[in-house]
Ligand binder design. Structure first.
Ligand code: GLP
Length: 242
Protein backbone atom coordinates (compact mmCIF):
# COMPACT_ATOMS: atom_id res chain seq x y z
CA UNK A 1 0.00 0.00 0.00
CA UNK A 2 1.06 3.54 -0.69
CA UNK A 3 -0.39 6.11 1.69
CA UNK A 4 -0.90 9.82 1.01
CA UNK A 5 -2.17 12.03 3.82
CA UNK A 6 -3.74 15.33 2.72
CA UNK A 7 -4.55 18.21 5.04
CA UNK A 8 -8.32 18.10 4.46
CA UNK A 9 -11.08 16.45 2.39
CA UNK A 10 -10.87 19.16 -0.30
CA UNK A 11 -7.25 18.26 -1.04
CA UNK A 12 -8.17 14.57 -1.04
CA UNK A 13 -10.86 15.26 -3.63
CA UNK A 14 -8.45 17.22 -5.84
CA UNK A 15 -5.92 14.41 -5.81
CA UNK A 16 -8.44 11.60 -6.31
CA UNK A 17 -10.11 13.44 -9.21
CA UNK A 18 -6.71 14.05 -10.77
CA UNK A 19 -5.84 10.34 -10.56
CA UNK A 20 -9.15 9.39 -12.20
CA UNK A 21 -8.74 12.04 -14.93
CA UNK A 22 -5.16 10.95 -15.60
CA UNK A 23 -6.29 7.32 -15.87
CA UNK A 24 -8.84 8.29 -18.55
CA UNK A 25 -6.41 10.57 -20.38
CA UNK A 26 -3.75 7.84 -20.41
CA UNK A 27 -6.17 5.12 -21.55
CA UNK A 28 -9.36 6.58 -23.08
CA UNK A 29 -11.02 3.16 -23.14
CA UNK A 30 -10.41 2.64 -19.40
CA UNK A 31 -12.68 0.48 -17.29
CA UNK A 32 -13.30 2.38 -14.05
CA UNK A 33 -14.69 0.83 -10.89
CA UNK A 34 -16.77 3.43 -9.07
CA UNK A 35 -18.05 3.86 -5.53
CA UNK A 36 -20.84 5.76 -3.81
CA UNK A 37 -21.19 7.36 -0.37
CA UNK A 38 -20.63 10.82 1.03
CA UNK A 39 -16.84 10.61 0.68
CA UNK A 40 -17.18 10.32 -3.10
CA UNK A 41 -19.41 13.35 -3.63
CA UNK A 42 -16.56 15.89 -3.48
CA UNK A 43 -14.44 13.68 -5.73
CA UNK A 44 -17.09 13.49 -8.45
CA UNK A 45 -17.76 17.25 -8.14
CA UNK A 46 -14.08 17.89 -8.71
CA UNK A 47 -13.85 15.35 -11.56
CA UNK A 48 -16.81 16.95 -13.34
CA UNK A 49 -15.18 20.37 -12.90
CA UNK A 50 -11.88 19.06 -14.29
CA UNK A 51 -13.65 17.44 -17.24
CA UNK A 52 -15.37 20.73 -18.07
CA UNK A 53 -12.37 23.00 -17.50
CA UNK A 54 -9.55 20.92 -18.96
CA UNK A 55 -11.41 18.43 -21.12
CA UNK A 56 -11.48 14.77 -20.14
CA UNK A 57 -13.05 12.55 -22.80
CA UNK A 58 -15.18 9.84 -21.17
CA UNK A 59 -16.64 8.79 -24.53
CA UNK A 60 -14.85 5.43 -24.62
CA UNK A 61 -14.84 4.75 -20.84
CA UNK A 62 -16.73 1.87 -19.24
CA UNK A 63 -17.76 2.00 -15.58
CA UNK A 64 -18.79 -0.63 -13.05
CA UNK A 65 -20.15 0.44 -9.69
CA UNK A 66 -19.38 -1.59 -6.60
CA UNK A 67 -22.86 -2.17 -5.31
CA UNK A 68 -26.61 -1.50 -5.23
CA UNK A 69 -29.45 -2.02 -2.77
CA UNK A 70 -31.69 -5.01 -3.54
CA UNK A 71 -35.24 -3.86 -4.09
CA UNK A 72 -34.50 -0.35 -5.33
CA UNK A 73 -35.01 0.28 -9.04
CA UNK A 74 -32.48 2.59 -10.71
CA UNK A 75 -35.00 5.44 -10.73
CA UNK A 76 -35.41 5.37 -6.93
CA UNK A 77 -33.95 8.49 -5.31
CA UNK A 78 -31.85 6.43 -2.87
CA UNK A 79 -30.56 3.92 -5.42
CA UNK A 80 -26.89 4.02 -6.25
CA UNK A 81 -27.76 4.23 -9.97
CA UNK A 82 -29.59 7.47 -9.15
CA UNK A 83 -26.66 8.67 -7.02
CA UNK A 84 -24.25 8.07 -9.90
CA UNK A 85 -26.52 9.86 -12.35
CA UNK A 86 -26.82 12.86 -10.03
CA UNK A 87 -23.12 13.11 -9.17
CA UNK A 88 -21.32 11.99 -12.34
CA UNK A 89 -23.14 10.30 -15.23
CA UNK A 90 -25.34 13.29 -16.11
CA UNK A 91 -22.37 15.66 -16.20
CA UNK A 92 -19.77 13.90 -18.37
CA UNK A 93 -19.93 12.31 -21.82
CA UNK A 94 -20.09 8.69 -20.63
CA UNK A 95 -22.08 6.43 -22.94
CA UNK A 96 -25.11 5.30 -20.87
CA UNK A 97 -24.80 1.72 -22.15
CA UNK A 98 -21.25 1.56 -20.79
CA UNK A 99 -22.24 2.60 -17.24
CA UNK A 100 -22.91 -0.49 -15.14
CA UNK A 101 -24.58 -0.57 -11.73
CA UNK A 102 -26.10 -3.82 -10.44
CA UNK A 103 -29.87 -3.85 -11.06
CA UNK A 104 -31.42 -3.82 -7.59
CA UNK A 105 -34.85 -4.50 -9.09
CA UNK A 106 -33.81 -7.59 -11.07
CA UNK A 107 -36.35 -10.39 -10.51
CA UNK A 108 -33.52 -12.82 -9.68
CA UNK A 109 -30.89 -10.94 -7.66
CA UNK A 110 -28.51 -13.94 -7.55
CA UNK A 111 -28.57 -14.21 -11.36
CA UNK A 112 -28.04 -10.45 -11.62
CA UNK A 113 -24.97 -10.72 -9.37
CA UNK A 114 -23.51 -13.60 -11.40
CA UNK A 115 -24.21 -11.74 -14.65
CA UNK A 116 -22.57 -8.59 -13.29
CA UNK A 117 -19.41 -10.51 -12.45
CA UNK A 118 -19.41 -11.93 -16.01
CA UNK A 119 -19.85 -8.44 -17.53
CA UNK A 120 -16.78 -7.20 -15.63
CA UNK A 121 -14.75 -10.09 -17.05
CA UNK A 122 -16.13 -9.48 -20.57
CA UNK A 123 -15.04 -5.84 -20.32
CA UNK A 124 -11.48 -7.05 -19.64
CA UNK A 125 -11.48 -6.38 -15.90
CA UNK A 126 -11.22 -3.11 -14.02
CA UNK A 127 -8.27 -0.78 -14.61
CA UNK A 128 -8.79 1.50 -11.60
CA UNK A 129 -11.17 0.76 -8.73
CA UNK A 130 -12.26 3.63 -6.50
CA UNK A 131 -13.24 2.56 -2.96
CA UNK A 132 -14.52 4.09 0.23
CA UNK A 133 -14.28 2.46 3.64
CA UNK A 134 -17.31 1.84 5.82
CA UNK A 135 -17.08 2.69 9.51
CA UNK A 136 -17.24 -1.05 10.20
CA UNK A 137 -14.45 -1.74 7.70
CA UNK A 138 -16.59 -2.76 4.73
CA UNK A 139 -15.55 -2.18 1.14
CA UNK A 140 -18.40 -2.10 -1.33
CA UNK A 141 -20.97 -3.92 0.80
CA UNK A 142 -18.57 -6.67 1.88
CA UNK A 143 -19.39 -6.61 5.55
CA UNK A 144 -17.11 -7.89 8.33
CA UNK A 145 -16.54 -11.65 8.06
CA UNK A 146 -17.22 -11.68 4.31
CA UNK A 147 -14.80 -14.15 2.73
CA UNK A 148 -11.73 -12.35 1.41
CA UNK A 149 -12.07 -14.36 -1.82
CA UNK A 150 -15.79 -13.54 -2.26
CA UNK A 151 -17.27 -12.78 -5.68
CA UNK A 152 -20.14 -10.52 -6.74
CA UNK A 153 -23.19 -11.73 -4.83
CA UNK A 154 -26.23 -10.85 -2.74
CA UNK A 155 -25.38 -9.93 0.85
CA UNK A 156 -27.28 -9.03 4.01
CA UNK A 157 -26.24 -5.66 5.38
CA UNK A 158 -24.86 -5.30 8.90
CA UNK A 159 -26.86 -3.37 11.49
CA UNK A 160 -24.00 -0.87 11.66
CA UNK A 161 -24.35 -0.22 7.92
CA UNK A 162 -28.11 0.27 8.17
CA UNK A 163 -27.46 2.83 10.91
CA UNK A 164 -24.60 4.48 8.99
CA UNK A 165 -26.66 4.86 5.80
CA UNK A 166 -29.97 5.78 7.49
CA UNK A 167 -29.30 9.46 6.81
CA UNK A 168 -30.12 8.85 3.13
CA UNK A 169 -33.46 7.30 4.16
CA UNK A 170 -34.87 10.07 6.34
CA UNK A 171 -32.75 9.04 9.33
CA UNK A 172 -34.71 5.80 9.81
CA UNK A 173 -32.58 2.60 9.72
CA UNK A 174 -35.73 0.50 9.22
CA UNK A 175 -36.21 2.14 5.79
CA UNK A 176 -32.74 1.12 4.55
CA UNK A 177 -32.94 -2.01 2.35
CA UNK A 178 -31.48 -4.96 4.25
CA UNK A 179 -29.84 -6.64 1.26
CA UNK A 180 -27.53 -5.52 -1.51
CA UNK A 181 -25.65 -6.81 -4.54
CA UNK A 182 -21.93 -6.12 -4.15
CA UNK A 183 -18.76 -6.91 -6.00
CA UNK A 184 -16.89 -9.41 -3.84
CA UNK A 185 -13.66 -8.64 -2.03
CA UNK A 186 -11.99 -11.14 -4.37
CA UNK A 187 -13.50 -9.34 -7.38
CA UNK A 188 -12.22 -6.00 -6.06
CA UNK A 189 -8.72 -7.39 -5.52
CA UNK A 190 -8.55 -8.30 -9.23
CA UNK A 191 -8.71 -4.64 -10.30
CA UNK A 192 -5.36 -3.64 -11.75
CA UNK A 193 -5.14 -0.52 -9.53
CA UNK A 194 -7.12 0.31 -6.41
CA UNK A 195 -7.65 3.73 -4.85
CA UNK A 196 -9.19 3.79 -1.38
CA UNK A 197 -10.29 7.16 -0.03
CA UNK A 198 -10.97 7.73 3.66
CA UNK A 199 -11.86 11.05 5.28
CA UNK A 200 -13.08 12.25 8.66
CA UNK A 201 -12.26 11.55 12.29
CA UNK A 202 -15.08 8.97 12.51
CA UNK A 203 -13.03 6.71 10.23
CA UNK A 204 -9.69 7.14 12.09
CA UNK A 205 -9.88 3.92 14.10
CA UNK A 206 -11.08 1.71 11.23
CA UNK A 207 -8.58 3.27 8.80
CA UNK A 208 -5.76 2.31 11.17
CA UNK A 209 -7.09 -1.26 11.43
CA UNK A 210 -7.49 -1.57 7.64
CA UNK A 211 -4.05 -0.15 6.83
CA UNK A 212 -1.90 -1.27 9.75
CA UNK A 213 -3.81 -4.10 11.41
CA UNK A 214 -3.68 -7.78 10.52
CA UNK A 215 -5.30 -8.75 7.22
CA UNK A 216 -8.54 -10.23 8.42
CA UNK A 217 -12.08 -10.91 7.22
CA UNK A 218 -13.12 -8.96 10.33
CA UNK A 219 -11.99 -5.82 8.47
CA UNK A 220 -12.64 -6.36 4.74
CA UNK A 221 -10.73 -3.18 3.83
CA UNK A 222 -7.56 -4.78 5.22
CA UNK A 223 -7.59 -7.14 2.21
CA UNK A 224 -6.22 -4.24 0.16
CA UNK A 225 -2.89 -4.75 1.97
CA UNK A 226 -2.56 -7.76 -0.37
CA UNK A 227 -3.20 -5.67 -3.49
CA UNK A 228 -0.04 -5.05 -5.53
CA UNK A 229 -1.04 -1.52 -6.58
CA UNK A 230 -3.15 0.13 -3.87
CA UNK A 231 -3.05 3.83 -3.04
CA UNK A 232 -4.85 5.06 0.08
CA UNK A 233 -5.73 8.75 0.28
CA UNK A 234 -6.64 10.06 3.71
CA UNK A 235 -7.25 13.45 5.21
CA UNK A 236 -5.41 14.33 8.42
CA UNK A 237 -8.43 13.48 10.59
CA UNK A 238 -8.85 9.97 9.13
CA UNK A 239 -5.08 9.42 9.39
CA UNK A 240 -4.92 10.46 13.04
CA UNK A 241 -4.92 6.84 14.28
CA UNK A 242 -2.05 5.69 12.05
C1 GLP B 1 -21.49 2.69 1.76
C2 GLP B 1 -21.08 2.07 0.40
C3 GLP B 1 -19.60 1.96 0.32
C4 GLP B 1 -19.02 3.26 0.82
C5 GLP B 1 -19.16 3.31 2.30
C6 GLP B 1 -18.70 4.61 2.95
O1 GLP B 1 -22.36 1.91 2.45
N1 GLP B 1 -21.68 0.81 0.08
O2 GLP B 1 -19.21 1.65 -1.01
O3 GLP B 1 -17.66 3.34 0.50
O4 GLP B 1 -20.42 2.91 2.70
O5 GLP B 1 -19.66 5.61 2.81
P1 GLP B 1 -19.41 7.11 3.26
O6 GLP B 1 -18.45 7.70 2.27
O7 GLP B 1 -20.75 7.76 3.16
O8 GLP B 1 -18.84 7.09 4.63
Amino acid sequence: MKIIICPDPAHVAVLAARLLADQVRGRPESVLGLATGRTMEAIYRRLVGTARADGVDFGAVTTFNLDEYVGLPGGHAQSYRHYMHAHLFAHVDLAPERTHVPDGAAPDADAEAAGYEARIAQAGGIDLQLLGLGENGHIGFNEPLSALASRTRVVTLAQATLAQNAGMFGGDPSRVPTRAITMGTGTILEARRTLMVVTGARKAAIAARAIEGPVSAAVPGSALQFHPDCLVLLDAAAASGL
